[in-house]
Design a protein around this ligand. Structure first.
Ligand code: SIN
Length: 316
C-alpha cells in the first residue's frame, strides 16, 4: 500500500491528482480531518525569525496521532536566515556531506565556496549531517562520529518543543537537499537510542508531497503538501511511522521573498545585511530548483552523555 502511493505521487506521466492531498493553505482539503493543537506561548522570547506563537496555526491529523503540522510560523527574514544557514554553514566541515567520498571539492575548501567556480557540484549535494552523524549504511550512531550540534538550530527546536510541551534536546540532524526530480523512499527513523523524543522537521524552498503511513508498509499513507517554512513534528504514535517524499513541487509562492508581514529587525542591522536581496541573490538562484529539509532528532535519553548507556564516572 505504501509503495503504491509512493509510485502514484512520484509518477511524471500520468501526473497524479492532488485531490486526496491535505494542503493546509486550502481548508477544503483538510476540514474534518484534523484538529487544532494548542500552543503554549508563556515562555516565548521574541526572535527575529518567528512570528508570535499566538498567531501560529498548528494541527494534528486525526487518524495520524502524534503527527503535528505548524503552518509556516517564520518571518521572511527568518526563512532567508535558515536557508542561508543550511546552504552555507551546515555544509561546512566538520559536518559530513554525501559528496565527501567522491572528493569533488578540494579538502581545504567548503562546498558552497567551491560551487561558485564549479557549479556542477550544486546538484550533487543531497545531504549533510550535523551533531551525531547519521550512518546511512549501518543506521547506527557512534560516539566517534559526532560533532558539536549547531547552537542556533538547537535553540530553534527548543522554542518549538516549549510551545508544544515537549522536553527535547537536539543532538543529530540530517539536512536534506532535494532537487526538482529528487525523491526520498519510504523509511522509518529508529536509529536513535531514545525514541520517546519527538522529531522536528523544518522545510524551506520548493514544496513537497510528504507521505505519512503507519508502523508497517501495508498501511495506505496520508499525503500532505509541505510548503516553505512549515514545521512538522513526528511524536508519539507517529514517531516510528513510515514516511517518504515522492515528489517535489515547484512553489508558486516564494514565502522567503514575501516581505509584506515584515518583522521589526532594524534596517541597519547585520541580520538585515545577511538576508538582504543583494546578499541573497546567489541563494535565490540555487533555491529555484531546491527544497531544503532540516530533520532534527534527540539521540540519547535525558541525562545520558554517550551511547553506551552509562554516564562516565568522574575522577576523584
Ligand atoms: C526525512 O524523512 O528524512 C525527510 C522528510 C522531509 O524531507 O520532509
Amino acid at each position: 500500500m505504501f509503495k503504491d502511493s509512493f509510485k502514484y505521487y512520484k509518477s511524471r506521466n500520468p501526473k497524479p491528482s492532488f485531490e486526496e492531498v491535505l494542503d493546509f493553505t486550502n481548508s477544503s482539503s483538510w476540514t474534518n480531518k484534523v484538529k487544532s493543537v494548542s500552543i503554549n506561548s508563556d515562555n516565548f522570547t521574541k526572535t527575529f525569525d518567528l512570528i508570535d506563537p499566538s498567531a501560529w496555526e498548528a494541527f494534528e491529523i486525526l487518524d495520524r496521532p502524534g503527527f503535528i503540522y505548524i503552518k509556516n510560523p517564520f518571518t521572511s527574514i527568518g526563512q532567508r536566515y535558515w536557508i542561508r544557514q543550511a546552504i552555507e554553514e551546515y555544509t561546512k566541515k566538520p559536518n559530513k556531506l554525501n559528496i565527501d567520498i567522491h572528493s569533488l571539492v578540494p579538502l581545504e575548501q567548503n562546498w558552497w565556496d567551491y560551487a561558485k567556480q564549479d557549479k556542477s557540484v550544486l546538484k550533487k549535494l543531497r545531504w549533510s549531517t550535523l551533531g551525531y552523524h547519521h550512518n546511512w549504511d549501518t543506521k547506527i550512531y557512534s560516539d566517534q562520529a559526532k560533532n558539536t550540534f549547531p547552537d542556533n538550530l538547537s535553540r530553534l527546536c527548543y522554542t518549538f518543543a516549549q510551545a508544544l510541551g515537549y522536553d527535547f534536546k537536539a543532538e543529530a540532524a540530517i539536512v536534506n537537499f532535494y532537487h526538482l526530480d529528487s525523491t526520498l523512499a519510504g523509511h522509518t527513523d529508529h536509529s536513535e537510542e531514545y525514541l520517546d523524543a519527538p522529531l522536528f522537521s523544518f522545510s524551506f524552498g520548493n514544496s513537497a508531497v510528504f507521505l505519512l503511513g503507519g508502523l508497517t508498509i501495508d498501511e495506505k499513507p496520508t499525503a500532505v503538501v509541505i510548503h516553505s517554512g512549515d514545521v512538522v513534528i513526528m511524536s508519539k504514535e507517529s514517531r516510528l511511522s513510515y514516511h517518504a517524499v515522492p515528489r517535489i513541487v515547484k512553489t508558486e509562492k516564494q514565502m522567503w521573498n514575501d516581505f509584506n508581514c515584515e518583522s521589526d529587525v532594524p534596517l541597519d542591522s547585520e541580520l538585515r545585511m545577511y538576508t538582504s536581496q543583494s546578499n541573497f541573490n546567489e541563494f535565490q538562484d540555487y533555491l529555484e530548483g531546491l527544497r531544503i529539509n532540516l530533520n532534527v532528532r534527540q539521540v540519547l535519553p535525558h541525562g545520558q552523555l554517550n551511547l553506551i548507556g552509562t554516564v562516565p564516572n568522574k575522577d576523584i
